[in-house]
Ligand binder design. Structure first.
Ligand code: GLU
Length: 425
């Protein structure tokens, strides 16, 4: 790819400022007390850890990691662990805050958290990755627990990393605690359907958004930015439920075929290759910016934050955006697109499928009683459809955009819980 993602971007807004701005926008509709708004705009706890790992070379490297718990009012905190070179305290805090609203919007009994380590996992051996994970968990285990804070996968982490987290925590407890982390492999207390859950949820929301806007999902032209867990599963499920996936991208670049791309083949044969999906022959290779500007019906940004911004939003031709990533659209770009009549289905609703099935996994672990995949998927789709309807109803009632409506639902649930519990002591 000749251009890096978002090369023409104006200065990147701080993602925590963006998260706070979104909260303040929603708060205007709710007439929240200033003190309460202050509580909601700040994280409850931020843990920073610097920890050593002996690398394969024998040298010691020190890594910086975080675990941030934003709000615990409605239950234990929940949220992923991200391994990425750009991880920092502000971003982790913003992501923790988004988890609070996300859990409240879909009405599952959790607060929000997020963790991360500043690391490029591509430069680690498997052994180094395991040692880093076990040491990081040992440093943050003072705040973890099945009834206090439950991590899950996020960018750069996967089911194997979750297995190491479960094992490390359990070894230190002296008992197997499956419910301390979700997104585990199925034989270790993982849930059927968890791996695809975020992508499935994105597409459930896309179906609902099509019904709401009177657009046919059948034959809809879909563009997916990012081909990790969320993007690839969303693309596959979009195709299997009637849409035509015309472009996708990964770190190697973007590929386009107006007649549709074979998503499962890309997942099975190309995604893991050194050259990525760009090695697939029957398509045009395009840049990320060209892909975002394609004439399409549904654009699914499922890569990183701030991909649709003031510098490129005027070129977007999609009729709707369904946010698979966290924070992919900046507030000014969202205002521009909303004015143009583009429906933006916000991350806190669109990508909530992952945490919903994490909740199911946690419930199954606590009960030591496991469900079939069909049951998991049906329950997930029901929760997301109901949440979508509720957000649309709120949007029409308040004449707001969809993100503000989702926040109105989520922030109100957290604010009401805080007021009902009262301020201790
Ligand atoms: N990391 C995912 C998210 O951002 C999943 C979190 C979870 O399952 O706890 O929603």
């Amino acid at each position: 790819m000749s251009e890096t993602i978002g090369a023409a971007k104006p200065q990147k807004p701080n993602v925590l400022d963006m998260a706070r701005q979104q909260l303040y926008n929603a708060a205007k509709y709710l007439d929240l007390d200033d003190g309460l708004l202050k509580v909601l705009s700040l994280p409850k706890r931020q843990l920073i850890v610097n920890f050593p790992v002996v690398m394969d070379s024998g040298h010691v490297r020190v890594f910086e990691g975080y675990r941030v718990q934003h709000n615990l009012t409605r239950g234990p905190t929940k949220g992923g662990i991200r391994y990425h070179p750009d991880v920092n305290l502000d971003e982790t805090t913003a992501l923790a805050m988004w988890m609070t609203w996300k859990c409240a919007i879909v009405d599952i009994p959790y607060g929000g958290a997020k963790g991360g380590v500043k690391v490029d996992t591509k430069k680690l051996s498997r052994r180094e990755l395991e040692k880093l994970t076990r040491r990081y968990v040992s440093e943050i285990n003072i705040v973890l627990g099945h009834d206090t804070d439950v991590p899950a996968p996020d960018m750069g982490t996967n089911a194997q990393v979750m297995a190491w987290i479960m094992d490390t925590y359990s070894m230190q407890k002296g008992a197997t605690v499956t419910g301390v982390v979700t997104g585990k492999p199925i034989p270790l207390g993982g849930s059927q359907g968890r791996e695809e859950a975020t992508g499935r949820g994105v597409i459930t929301c896309a179906h609902e958004a099509c019904k709401f806007t009177n657009m046919s999902f059948d034959g809809a032209r879909v563009v997916v930015q990012g081909f990790g867990n969320v993007g690839s599963n969303a693309a596959a499920i979009a195709q299997e439920t009637g849409a035509k996936v015309i472009a996708v991208s990964d770190a190697s670049g973007a590929i386009y075929n107006p007649n549709g791309l074979p998503v499962r083949t890309l997942m099975q044969r190309y995604a893991e290759r050194e050259g990525g999906i760009c090695e697939y022959p029957e398509c045009d290779k395009i840049t990320n910016d060209e892909m975002l500007a394609l004439d399409c019906d549904i654009l699914i940004p499922a890569a990183t934050s701030e991909q649709i911004h003031a510098g490129n939003c005027e070129k977007i031709k999609a009729r709707m955006i369904v946010e698979g990533a966290n924070g992919p659209t900046t507030p000014d770009a969202e205002d521009y697109l909303t004015d143009k009549g583009v429906l933006v289905v916000p991350d806190v609703l669109a990508n909530a499928g992952g945490v919903v099935v994490s909740y199911f996994e946690w419930v199954q672990d606590l009960q030591a009683f496991f469900w079939e995949e069909g049951e998991v998927n049906a329950k997930l789709e029901k929760i997301l459809r109901n949440s979508f309807q509720n957000v649309v109803y709120t949007m029409l009632q308040h004449k707001s955009n969809m993100r503000e409506a989702a926040y109105i639902v989520g922030v109100k649930r957290v604010a009401d819980a805080t007021v009902t519990r009262g301020i201790y002591p």
